[in-house]
Design a protein around this ligand. Structure first.
Ligand code: UGA
Length: 369
């Protein structure tokens, strides 16, 4: 897509902000908002420095759109920053949160469930309508609202999906205690279209660059405004506990709490399948705990064969990353599946038995029959 649109001249790249900004009618700020070290708030420094850089370059009317995931009030703060650094700037701010998932971003962009636009006046609304014209043609619901509601819709949506995951993870725990198959329970619940079948897959807990940081950020936002948001705190606590539960499952499978001298074979390092992202991956947290308990970990992930960036490699320190499933399984006392990569569905169990020195599999994603 990049090549095609680059060749046709629709897409241009420049390292000169001046050149890019001066002709623009609409400027999207889409920089990262990672979790700030120490206090769990979203780090808005990249957003604000983008606003500061843009401000002096604005020569004619344009709209400045926030795509980055930001706490309520950020768009108005961007407006203040721009006014501060350019008294004559003629602009409006818009909030247009993104809902793309890693691994299916293009599909999500081309055929979104909905588009949310927070705006302040008709002029900016018109430009947004123009930008999303192709989506009108496929009847995508586009919700126009105020700036703060748009910002909150993003956080509330991610938080709600996180609630579903933590909920089903708790139900899975209950199923194990009382007897019951959580997959059937989820299926039965999901058939009610008020509930829906999605995001009811139990597993080692949610991870990635969004849910963990956005749930923390929402709790902190609420706290700043004197509100406890106990449900979200519960969701985070359940998610942390879920990782520990997976560690306990491995201990049970190993037949000992002390994993000294044990080799644990791990399949899957990324936070979900379909991405090479290791940020806040439950897999790495669980591996970290297994190593603390004395285990040696041999791990395989389809994305670790030469595709990981150097930044991500630092996540893998201390883990024996192998180049194949077989190598990861060799002499493992317990085999643990932590990411739902399709290739782990079709393990050759004769081979598994031959390679492992133990005979237990912990399938944290319910991938196997
Ligand atoms: C998520 C949202 O789905 C996007 O809509 C949003 O735009 C994005 O965050 C963001 O804020 O940028 P993503 O982080 O790519 O997208 O991943 P998801 O597919 O939502 O999965 C998140 C985590 O939940 C993963 O660790 C996944 O394994 C876990 N999960 C998901 C479950 O444990 N069970 C499920 O049923 C679904």
């Amino acid at each position: 897509l990049v090549n095609k649109n680059f060749r046709s001249g629709k897409l241009r790249f420049s390292s000169s902000i001046e050149k890019s900004i001066s002709e623009a009618k609409a400027i999207f700020i889409a920089v990262g908002t990672p979790e700030r070290r120490g206090d769990g708030h979203a780090d808005l420094s990249y957003v604000y420095s983008a606003a500061k850089e843009i401000a002096p370059l604005l020569k004619r009317y344009c709209i400045i759109i926030t795509k980055s995931t930001v706490p309520v009030g950020t768009s108005l703060e961007i407006k203040n920053i721009i006014k501060k650094y350019n008294k004559n700037a003629n602009f409006d701010v818009v909030s247009n949160p993104e809902f793309l998932r890693e691994g299916s971003a293009i599909e999500d962009f081309m055929r979104p469930n909905r588009v949310i636009v927070g705006f302040e006046n008709e002029k900016s609304k018109k430009i947004m309508e123009n930008i999303y014209q192709p989506l009108y043609l496929i009847q995508t619901p586009i919700l126009f609202t105020d700036l703060k509601s748009a910002e909150l819709i993003k956080y509330a949506s991610n938080a709600f999906l996180a609630i579903k995951i933590s909920f089903i993870n708790e139900v899975s725990d209950l199923c194990e205690k009382v007897g019951g198959n959580v997959q059937m329970v989820a299926k039965g619940m999901g058939l009610d279209n008020r509930i829906g079948p999605k995001f009811l897959h139990p597993g080692p807990g949610f991870g990635g660059s969004c849910f963990p940081k956005d749930s923390h950020s929402l709790v902190h936002l609420a706290e700043t405004h004197g509100y406890g948001f106990s449900m979200m705190r519960g969701v985070i606590a359940v998610n942390d506990e879920q990782r520990e539960r997976m560690v306990r499952k491995v201990q049970r499978a190993a037949g000992t709490n002390d994993l000294n001298g044990m080799t644990i074979s791990v399949l899957g390092l990324t936070f979900k399948a379909g991405t090479d992202d290791l940020r806040d991956s439950p897999s790495l947290a669980i591996i970290g705990r297994l190593r603390e308990l004395g285990a040696t970990v041999r791990a395989y992930d389809p994305t670790t064969t030469g595709r990981l960036s150097r930044i991500q490699d630092s996540f893998l320190e201390g883990i024996n990353v192998q180049q194949s499933v077989d190598e990861a399984m060799r002499e493992g006392d317990v085999l643990v599946i932590l990411t739902e990569w399709p290739e782990f569905r079709s393990l050759d169990f004769e081979q598994v038995k031959e390679l492992l020195s133990g005979s237990a599999i912990v399938d944290t994603r319910n991938l196997l029959d």
